[in-house]
Ligand binder design. Structure first.
Ligand SMILES: [Zn+2]
Length: 135
């Protein structure tokens, strides 16, 4: 289990971490309810306002891309760093909100079919790659 410092977690709440680190915490939150609780406690201590775990989770979703960014992702016109983040966000974190958005963009026909197929292949190969990395 990854270890995060208090400073890192506070930076996460402020969305002030590099994207790769934001993503690492986001992923850890999925597997570790204790981490979500720790974030909730930090949040409460540092803002002195009551925030539920659900609020924390919603806050974490602010790391979600915008719809135009998802469109750029489908069209493969994002820079490498952000594309990698989205690969992670969609394939590993499997954010339901973004996957639904992505599906909507795809089915609305705004992305040429040829590119969709290419993308599909990439999805499959990168998902396999990521799985190997997790072992
Ligand atoms: Zn998302």
């Amino acid at each position: 289990m990854a270890n995060f410092t208090t400073v890192e977690l506070l930076s996460f709440l402020d969305e002030a971490l590099p994207q790769s680190r934001m993503a690492a915490i986001e992923q850890a939150m999925r597997d570790d309810p204790g981490l979500i609780h720790r974030l909730a406690v930090l949040r409460r201590e540092h803002t002195q306002s009551e925030q539920s775990l659900g609020d924390i989770w919603r806050q974490a979703r602010l790391t979600c891309p915008t719809r135009p960014q998802l469109g750029s992702y489908l069209l493969e016109v994002l820079d490498d760093g952000y594309r990698e983040y989205l690969d992670f966000h969609l394939n590993i974190v499997a954010c339901r909100y973004c996957l639904a958005n992505l599906e909507d963009l795809r089915s609305s026909g705004k992305v040429p079919a040829e590119q969709q197929q290419r993308r599909q292949k990439f999805f499959q190969s990168s998902a396999g790659y990521m799985n190997r990395m997790r072992d």
